[in-house]
Design a protein around this ligand. Sequence first.
Ligand SMILES: Cc1cc2nc3c(=O)[nH]c(=O)nc-3n(C[C@H](O)[C@H](O)[C@H](O)COP(=O)(O)OP(=O)(O)OC[C@H]3O[C@@H](n4cnc5c(N)ncnc54)[C@H](O)[C@@H]3O)c2cc1C
Length: 441
Amino acid sequence: MVDHSKLHILGAGPAGLAAGYYAKKNNISFKIYESSNQVGGNCKTIKDGQFSYDTGAHRFHDKYDEITTEIKHFMGDELKEVNAPSQIYRKGEMIDFPLNFYSILKNLDKTTIYKIFIENFNNLFIRNNKYNDFKNYAYQLYGKTLSELFLINYTEKLWGSPAHELDIKVSGNRLKNLNITSLIKQLIFNSQKVNHLDGSFYYPVYGFGTIFERIKDSFDHTSIYYNTTITKLYHNDSRITKITTGHNIIENIEKVVSTLPINILINALDPPPPIEISDIVNSIQYRNLYLCIIYLDTPNFTKNASIYFPESIYPFTRIYEPKNRSSKMAPNDKTCIVIEIPYSPDFLLPPLKEEQVFSMTRDILIDNELIDDEQIIGHKVIDLKYAYPILKIDSEKKLDNVFSFLSGFKNLYTIGRSAQFSYLHIHDIFKQADLLIKKLK
Ligand SMILES: Cc1cc2nc3c(=O)[nH]c(=O)nc-3n(C[C@H](O)[C@H](O)[C@H](O)COP(=O)(O)OP(=O)(O)OC[C@H]3O[C@@H](n4cnc5c(N)ncnc54)[C@H](O)[C@@H]3O)c2cc1C
């Protein structure tokens, strides 16, 4: 197959579609190759009868003005600002999240509160060390007690590794208001409002994944090849010359933007890269998620956008209720909840069957009196691969060698979460795509 498009984009997840979006805006011809039969990657909205839900609790973060303006522009009235609280479930109690002075006073015993304040007060006078592991970073910022109660256990469950082995980047920006200064500010100014990722955010009324559906709809219908798995990228003289997708060969390649997981890209190169490069990408790991969706015959599960489960006794990290982000996601008298269960592939054990995931989740929710068996009217289980790149303290340094090797190619570029093995969000991905396309113009 000879294609005269200037840009060949591998993958139709958020990164691939953002690249296509800016290519179109800049009049650059492109084709997108996607192994599945739909767009959106790990960021889809799934419709099942009367219910809709996203593949995990997504919200749009208003971090870069120009990107928010861009999304508002093509989503129009469909993008709404949502105000929905979140909570933490601990020892059978719901605690407001982000943590605030009042929720700490209300939910923890006096000795624990005392310890938290002493540790955080002492931290004010300790010279800041530059820790690069999550455990010491959390201790330094929030003190040992608060960290152990809410951060370390949650982080280890989500990323599947001991906190002292994880890079501080796994924290995202989530817990920046936990420190003593903001707690005291809340006390003095009697304000429970904190500027935080949770609470207020943008969300499309028909689900987060519609951002990518709308982008796809704006493309010429021949722009995306579905069910097209990239198998090999042939190169010569530091240029990608041919790409194979099963039995098809795409020739006449000008520029390639890969959004494929970095291990897939490196292993598809022909001739293969130096062995040390393959060894690095074969040693890094991604965390997967089972999403257990339970349909309930009740108008609401809670009022929360998300509920976090830091305790290690629960296999899940978060439950999200789509209806609390947009009323269009479920009928008035019913709701559904999406439970996120992180896991790492274990090559020695067979993967859990869908029914096992569901019955384990259902039993825990019933035992904790969070749902009644009679309310359940259906369920689904989704296995989401490549959900999180497991960022260990040495990952970035190791991957520098891989990206430096890739930068030797004159016509190959990578963007996106799995492609860059970086904890990126949608606003970051749009920004990357915008910058890359400007560079390629
Ligand atoms: C539970 C959860 C919650 C999240 N919440 C938020 C949030 O609130 N806000 C936010 O901004 N972000 C959030 N994110 C992050 C966001 O979903 C990701 O950043 C985004 O999906 C990454 O997009 P991507 O295109 O880089 O990768 P992906 O979504 O993984 O897309 C890659 C695409 O490449 C395709 N592909 C793979 N291999 C091949 C091949 N060989 N040939 C052809 N195609 C291939 C895949 O099928 C897929 O479509 C969340 C993620 C998760 C998992």
